[in-house]
Design a binder for this molecule. Structure first.
Ligand code: KIV
Ligand code: ZN
Length: 511
């Protein structure tokens, strides 16, 4: 049986999704959950791209010891130095070097000749190898590259020391047969390829990423790169959970396995969705909320008689959790800790007590508090700014609304110690409150996205508001607030996001 390595790039290619924006603390939390899921390699980031990315990769390298920790680099020395400096404390470090090899990329993006690109690849791999034994090389846009030229680049990279060769379908253009035969061709035409690990990296622009990854496995790939929930640039990367469960469910066909603890898939999926603010499509394979639901009478009847009539895998295999643990006034910190531990969320003692206190406070207003409420409250606590970092403080707000009047709102804020009041109208109460806040803090940020979700059912449900704010430098800030009152949650989320933007501005001024 073939063994397939799972290379997770949620924190690198996944985080490149428009709008997915993770703090270093959130990335570390996801990396720890990926370790629990037993992925073989975590691509933790692209350290040269920003200070935040460097810090996140470094923290993961120091704390996550079981998987290989990989950092991405282009072919220049600055990128490779940054990658190495970020991962040098890892128990198992890997540098991933890439350069584009398709005519279209070489001509229009790199403005380099094919011979120059071969030299760049070879020298960069050699330089990376001076730091670290484990080197991955990717000819970017491989599936649109001239195949013989691509083989020459791969041969040069292996000769320079690459131990894994990744063949990315960067723009999701390949057809499964075509992509599979590229792997065959490499094995038959690259003289020094034996001994190197072949890897597939598929994007989903035509919805073919899973089919392409499986075709690569059938043709010799033993490493699959992808992301949780399939997040990533444009239409995303291959959803790892789909490849993993296809191999497990159709072992008879693929004769291949992975080391993944599939029971952690559900938790990882929910954590990634929550922290990136990217919801999961209801009918998404494996992890969508409908993936194991049966609505039609005939199906229900069949499943009740014998589960396998309509279920090809069981929800327990991916760790599907009935979210029916109920919390209330009498729930103590141990129950909270237990739920958070299962969800892979680490809070310090003081934060756990804060969450427990919030649950007690909420139980007076809301009949039932469920597991998902507790997780939302924990994330809300985790994303609080540090003591003293808050620049804007909410003193009070009020909203006047009705079916015969234009909604209007007044908010009182303290900004850097100075009390200010703003009033504005809006198309609805939330819009009015948002405009009132804006009238005080000025136009340096605007609301890019607003999502409202009732966490549990009923009119007394907790409202979870997640927003994305953009400043005038086009930096995006994500924030979330959970409250029983929709307007309160919205106001808190906006102020939290504005604080993040102001703290970011202040820190960057200092640097
Ligand atoms: O899609 C791609 O080509 C990439 C490379 C950096 C491997 O993400
Ligand atoms: Zn990619």
């Amino acid at each position: 049986m073939k063994h397939i390595r799972i290379f997770d790039t949620t924190l690198r290619d996944g985080e490149q999704s428009p709008g997915a924006n993770l703090t270093p603390a959130e990335k570390l939390m996801i990396a720890k959950q990926l370790e629990k899921m037993n992925v073989d390699i975590i691509e933790a980031g692209f350290p040269i791209s920003s200070k935040g990315s460097f810090e996140a990769v470094e923290a993961i390298a120091k704390e996550v010891k079981k998987p290989v920790i990989c950092a991405l680099a282009r072919t220049n020395k600055e990128d490779i130095d940054a990658a190495w400096n970020a991962i040098k404390h890892a128990k198992k470090p890997r540098i991933h070097v890439f350069v584009a090899t398709s005519q279209i990329h070489m001509e229009h993006k790199l403005k380099k000749s094919p011979e120059e690109v071969i030299k760049m690849a070879s020298e960069a791999v050699k330089y990376a190898k001076s730091f670290c034994e484990d080197i991955e090389f990717s000819p970017e846009d491989a599936s649109r590259s001239d195949i013989d030229y691509m083989c020459r680049v791969i041969e040069a990279a292996v000769a320079a020391g690459a131990t894994t060769i990744n063949i990315p379908d960067t723009v999701g253009y390949a057809h499964p047969d075509e992509y599979g035969s590229r792997f065959r061709y490499v094995q038959e035409n690259v003289a020094n390829i034996k001994g190197a690990i072949l890897s597939a990296h598929c994007h989903n622009d035509l919805g073919l990423a899973t089919a392409n990854s499986l075709a690569a496995i059938e043709n010799g790939a033993t490493q699959i790169e992808g992301t949780i929930n399939g997040i990533g640039e444009r239409a995303g990367n291959v959803a790892l959970e789909e490849v993993i469960m296809a191999l497990k469910t159709r072992k008879d066909y693929y004769d291949a396995d992975t080391a993944i603890n599939t029971k952690e898939i559900f938790r990882t999926s929910r954590m990634v969705s929550k922290l990136t603010g990217m919801p999961i499509q209801w009918n998404k394979a494996i992890v969508g909320r409908n993936a194991f639901s049966h609505e039609a009478g005939i199906h229900q009847h069949g499943v009740l008689s014998y589960k396998k009539t309509y279920e090809i895998m069981s929800s327990e295999d991916i760790g599907w959790e009935g979210e029916n643990i109920v919390f209330g006034k009498l729930s103590g910190k141990h129950a909270v800790e237990d739920v958070l531990k299962k969800a892979g969320i680490t809070l310090n003692k003081e934060q756990v007590l804060q969450v427990t206190a919030k649950i007690k406070e909420l139980s007076d207003k809301q009949k039932q508090i469920e597991q998902s409420d507790v997780i939302a409250l924990a994330l809300d606590t985790l994303n609080q700014l540090n003591e003293g970092e808050e620049i804007i403080k909410l003193d009070e707000w009020s909203v006047l609304t009705g079916n015969k009047i234009t909604p209007s709102s007044t908010v009182g804020l303290t900004i850097d110690g100075e009390k200010k009041v703003g009033t504005a109208a809006g198309v609805g109460p939330v819009d009015a409150a948002s405009n009132a806040i804006k009238s005080v803090i000025g136009p340096f940020i605007h609301l890019k996205e607003y999502n409202l979700k009732a966490i549990t059912g009923g009119t007394d449900a907790l409202a979870s508001v997640s927003i994305k704010l953009e400043d005038n430098q086009r930096n995006v800030f994500v924030s979330e607030a959970v409250e029983p009152d929709v307007i309160m949650a919205s106001v808190k989320a906006i102020i939290k996001g504005a604080n993040k933007a102001l703290v970011f501005k202040k820190r960057h001024k200092k640097e």
